[in-house]
Design a protein around this ligand. Structure first.
Ligand code: HEM
Length: 359
């Protein structure tokens, strides 16, 4: 644990400490005062609410994100979208940037479908997502980042006004439709759609590129995954543990408390470093080894407790069970480019910014 003055947070690195924080919402509140996320999103989304207020909003989107609905409604669209961007990758040819040509637009298109934002382009959605993430993490208060958030919010408002007009009379299974018809205020609908935009693109995108990078480094695991399609789900989960795309989640203490024997005063902002917890040697044997066959699989890459990721089944299906296996089916010799290792970016939200591939 460490108090880090530049970001005014107590950072917790152990698995036990992060789990404790996630599972004791009565002490570790999500309603973080002065949260950059609320300013960036123009309202308070569910991830910044506690107790009944959070549960009421979360229960609205849960039904369409459960495994049964993923299989019945979304899986086929995820397949169609994966095929679209496989074509693009093939056309771009060996040396193409997997992030730019496949991972980013695919994650964006899948989310456009889940949100019911017909007519929005994957490029715009990905740009909005990047702006909101920058705003949620704008701990140094850059004016430029606030301006980007403002501009993107105005564009999302236009897309949502169009979606509201359509969905009011023709409800569908999309998250926006469920939120709109729940009776919550339009400001909350907008804040929760923006939450999904910022939280639903980067992580699946980063897991796609990280999976290909890790499978290039570990051909033995790729050979194992090819033996049984179900093994790709383990590759997905181990990638989320090993290169967690969300490094930190934030809480604020309501009372004084203690983690791992250290006192934390009330009203402290606490950063739970889930990426670090996922490499804790007291929890995982050989934590710095990528091993999709490891016996201990319970990681914190999707969080834990009441706020555990709402999109985890959608992401596992879209990326782990569809996109990554499809990449290797279409390009059996796929690997990262040894001559061009790509670039890595981010801290709270982290992953490859570019990853050239060959086949
Ligand atoms: C590999 C992909 C993903 C990872 C690793 C991931 C990770 C996370 C994490 C760590 C949290 C915060 C948990 C906490 O504060 O304790 C979260 C929350 C959330 N995620 Fe994801 N996520 C992924 C994909 C998605 C997708 C595709 C969607 C949208 C469909 C989504 C929607 C959400 C929402 C709405 C929340 C807030 C839940 C709440 O406050 O109750 N996520 N996610």
């Amino acid at each position: 644990m460490a108090w880090v003055p530049s970001i005014k947070k107590v950072l917790v690195a152990s698995f036990s400490g992060c789990l404790f924080g996630e599972q004791h919402p009565e002490v570790f509140s999500n309603d973080v005062s002065g949260a950059h996320m609320t300013r960036a999103f123009g309202g308070q989304p569910m991830i910044r609410k506690d107790g009944a207020a959070h549960a009421a909003e979360r229960s609205i989107i849960n039904p369409t994100l459960r495994p049964k609905m993923i299989a019945q409604v979304w899986e086929q669209r995820f397949r169609t979208n994966a095929n679209t961007y496989l074509e693009e990758l093939e056309a771009a040819g060996p040396g193409a940037d997997l992030n730019e040509v496949f991972a980013a637009p695919l994650a964006a298109k899948n989310l456009i479908d889940l949100l019911g934002l017909t007519g929005v382009s994957p490029t715009d959605l990905a740009r909005w997502s990047a702006d909101f993430i920058a705003g949620a993490g704008n701990v140094l208060d850059s004016d430029d980042i606030w301006l980007r958030c403002q501009r993107s919010r105005a564009e999302v408002d236009v897309a949502l006004d169009e979606a509201f007009r359509r969905l009011r009379n023709h409800a569908d299974d999309s998250m926006t439709s469920l939120l709109l018809h729940s009776g919550m205020s339009l400001e909350s609908v907008r804040a929760n759609v923006i939450l999904a935009i910022s939280g639903g693109v980067n992580e699946p995108q980063h897991i796609t590129t990280s999976s290909v990078s890790l499978l290039t480094q570990h051909p033995e695991h790729l050979a194992w995954a090819r033996e049984d399609a179900g093994n790709f789900a383990n590759i997905f989960q181990e990638t989320v543990r090993f290169q967690s795309p969300i490094g930190m989640v934030t809480r604020e203490t309501k009372t004084s408390t203690e983690i791992d024997g250290f006192a934390i005063p009330a009203q402290s902002q606490v950063g739970l470093l889930v990426a670090s917890a996922n490499r804790d040697a007291t929890k995982f044997e050989n934590p710095d080894l990528f091993d999709p066959r490891r016996p201990e699989r319970r990681h914190l890459g999707f969080g834990s407790g009441n706020h555990m990721c709402a999109g985890k089944w959608a992401a596992e299906t879209a990326i782990g069970r569809i996109a990554v296996p499809a990449l290797y089916e279409r390009f059996p010799g796929l690997s990262t480019d040894p001559a061009n290792p790509g670039t890595w970016d981010g801290w709270a939200f982290r992953g490859y910014a570019s990853l050239p591939v060959i086949w």
